[in-house]
Ligand binder design. Structure first.
Ligand code: 6PG
Length: 242
């Protein structure tokens, strides 16, 4: 695991944009497509906006990108809460990745059918074994959740299924999410975490006892791939081992 601490959210977004651009270019020297899973929440917006403009936009071969989402809120894409909607507004609507290579969770199906549909798309794309994403971008909530793996939910312990739909009582909405068994087969997983509210959960996730029911981000441990935490100083405030 690598922990990279940047001074503030703006520097963090820049470091993430540089990291992603370099990773895409390096990987595309060895293969002809780069597969990324985007995250939702608010932190990635600044990163997306940077990637959509110079000096990053012209360095990234957008035609070779294949895009998925780690999780989705079960709302239509034009709802302000939609993770895909946010990514289109801030990034995908401004670059040339073909629509056929952008895999949005279907929120026009019933939640379980939407999860089954995404599972089929993922199996068709990756096959059943071997490495999966070239890069999974993740965020971490103030409660230590990541993806839609929330504290106290069963999906945190999923061992086999790649996708799940469930009703998140505390937000009174359905969530659609990838699970740890799939994400942990990625070549690289990078968390992007900023702000003072993340300091206590980040300390627990990185330095506390293993307690994924309370801090689900702890289940993210790529088996072969790299794990990188990109955080700002406020989020890293309580971290002792740097
Ligand atoms: C979601 C997410 C979620 C997010 C964290 C962090 O749809 O809610 O994908 O896991 O990454 O909640 O969100 P912030 O960046 O807003 O803190």
């Amino acid at each position: 695991m690598q922990l990279i601490v940047k001074k503030n959210p703006a520097d963090l977004a820049k470091a993430a944009a540089e990291f992603i651009t370099k990773r895409i270019k390096d990987v595309l020297k060895k293969q002809d497509r780069f597969t990324i899973a985007l995250s939702g929440g608010s932190t990635p917006k600044a990163l997306h906006e940077l990637l959509a403009k110079s000096p990053y936009v012209e360095q990234i071969p957008w035609l070779q990108l294949h895009v998925f989402w780690g999780d989705e809120r079960y709302v239509p894409i034009d709802d302000p809460q939609s993770n895909a909607g946010m990514a289109y507004d801030t990034l995908l609507g401004h670059v040339y990745t073909p629509e056929s290579q952008i895999h949005v969770w279907r929120t026009d199906l019933e939640p379980d059918a939407a999860a089954a549909d995404y599972d089929r798309v993922l199996h068709d794309y990756f096959g059943d074994t071997g490495p999966t994403f070239d890069l999974v971008l993740l965020g971490m909530g103030d409660d230590g959740h990541t993806l839609s793996l929330f504290p106290g939910t069963e999906v945190v312990h999923e061992q086999t299924a790649w996708t799940k739909a469930f009703f998140l009582t505390q937000q009174a909405m359905y969530r659609l999410t990838l699970t740890a068994p799939l994400v942990n087969r990625a070549s690289c997983v990078a968390f992007l975490v900023a702000g003072p509210k993340k300091a206590a959960p980040l300390k627990e996730v990185l330095e506390g006892e293993y307690d994924p029911d309370q801090y689900p981000s702890q289940v993210i441990k790529p088996t072969q791939g790299e794990l990188i935490w990109l955080v700002d100083t406020q989020a890293a405030e309580l971290i002792t081992k740097r």
